[in-house]
Design a protein around this ligand. Structure first.
Ligand code: V47
Ligand code: SF4
Length: 369
């Protein structure tokens, strides 16, 4: 008896399972069916088979740290626990000199990637951020700079009176090598207007990533889930990403972001269960057959669930982080001072039965353990 037969799946699910195991693409309707099924073991098995096609038995991590230049933001996303107005208690605004000092401190610890993301500042335009990138690159010529969400890029280019393409060209010349996946939230226009009314719209987010891909700047993609959306909304989001990836091939990784409720306007809502989180990883891995990597961002879900997610298609635990990000600790995530040593990440991966691989930002393997 095959493993699939032993799972005693109902007929429609069995059909989807056979498709996935044969390496074929599933439809949006089939993805909704997977979300609606409660057979977590079958989902884990199928997601694992897709994961192995992309990354065999490797699970990746990298040595990175975050710079959050400011939490002052012109937008008012209702799920955000982090944004402040200028001058408000708890607001910060780092100078380029302060950020270069952070780079210096972290490089000594062996970081290979600098991740730069912050609020959408009212006065800092694309020229300020190009100066920042030049200063970081000068201090860390060997480190990869992954910086700025599409939402930040959109606003900094508008302020600098440049098109996105002109702005990205300026940033690329200054040292930008790839872009993170933030700001995608949920693409459904009605929901987006409700939860983040003044943010770059869905078409704009996708267009900026398409432009970056065309210019040879790879990017990541995210989805904020667990906040008002239903399974059709999630599948619509994943479909728009899969469609763009078919055209450009520029996405490296997809990162589901679980809504965390502390200190924001949705604090009275319930957060998703661990079962839902694992199901979400699995369906994303199965549906997004053309995005090579699925990342569990452990500062957001905690290390224990991140380790469990490896059985549901995740092949990347992101990085060492070194207590350099506040966005999730301010929203109530388990990890209040997120930091992981190489030994800890290697242990998490190995005890789950996978082969730990330190990667660079572009998923070249630097070391195996
Ligand atoms: O766009 C903000 C999310 C994102 C909350 O590309 C929240 O490698 C849940 O995109 N609950 C920014 N989510 C972070 C991000 C990211 C993180 C790590 C790695 C990468 C990558 C990208 O954080 C925002 C928004 O979707 N977010 N507040 C909250 N309360
Ligand atoms: Fe600003 Fe980002 Fe917070 Fe939205 S999620 S308010 S864009 S910092």
């Amino acid at each position: 008896m095959s493993i699939l037969e032993s799972l005693t799946l109902p007929a429609p699910l069995k059909e989807i399972a056979l498709k996935v195991l044969a390496g074929n693409r599933i439809s949006p309707e089939e993805a909704v069916e997977l979300y609606e099924s409660n057979n977590l073991s079958a989902l884990g098995l199928l997601a694992g088979s897709v994961k192995r096609r992309h990354s065999r038995d490797y699970v990746y991590f990298n040595k990175n740290f975050h710079i959050e230049p400011t939490n002052i933001c012109i937008n008012h996303c209702k799920f955000c626990s982090y944004r402040r107005n200028p001058g408000q208690k708890g607001a910060w605004e780092c100078s380029i000199e302060e950020m270069v000092e952070m780079v210096e401190r972290n490089l000594l610890k062996g970081a290979t990637e600098v991740h730069i993301v912050g609020g959408v500042h009212p006065d800092r335009d694309v020229r300020f951020y190009a100066d920042l990138l030049r200063a970081v690159r000068e201090k860390a010529p060997g480190a990869h700079i992954k910086a700025f969400t599409a939402v930040e890029i959109d606003q900094m280019c508008k302020m600098g009176n440049l098109t996105v393409e002109e702005g990205l060209r300026m940033l690329k010349e200054a040292g930008l090598e790839s872009m993170p996946g933030g700001g995608a939230e949920i693409f459904d226009e009605t929901l987006r207007a409700e939860i983040c009314p003044d943010k770059t719209d869905s078409a704009g987010w996708l267009q900026i990533h398409a432009t970056a891909h065309r210019m040879g700047i790879p990017t990541n993609a995210t989805m904020l889930y667990g906040l008002k959306e239903n399974y059709h909304h999630r599948v619509d989001h994943l479909s728009r990403l899969r469609h763009l990836q078919d055209q450009t091939g520029g996405f490296n990784a997809f990162i589901p972001l679980k809504f965390r409720k502390a200190n924001n306007l949705y604090s009275s809502r319930k957060e998703t269960t661990v079962v839902e989180d694992l199901k979400n990883y699995a369906v994303a891995r199965i549906f997004l057959d053309n995005i090579p990597h699925l990342k569990a961002y452990w500062p957001m879900i905690g290390k224990q669930v991140a380790q469990l997610s490896l059985f549901f298609g995740v092949d990347d635990l992101d990085g060492t982080i070194d207590d350099s990000t506040r966005i999730y600790s301010m929203a109530g995530a388990e990890e209040q001072n997120p930091s992981a040593s190489t030994a800890e990440l290697v242990e998490m991966i190995r005890t789950a039965g996978f082969r730990p691989a330190e990667r660079d930002t572009l998923y070249n393997i630097l070391a195996t353990f």
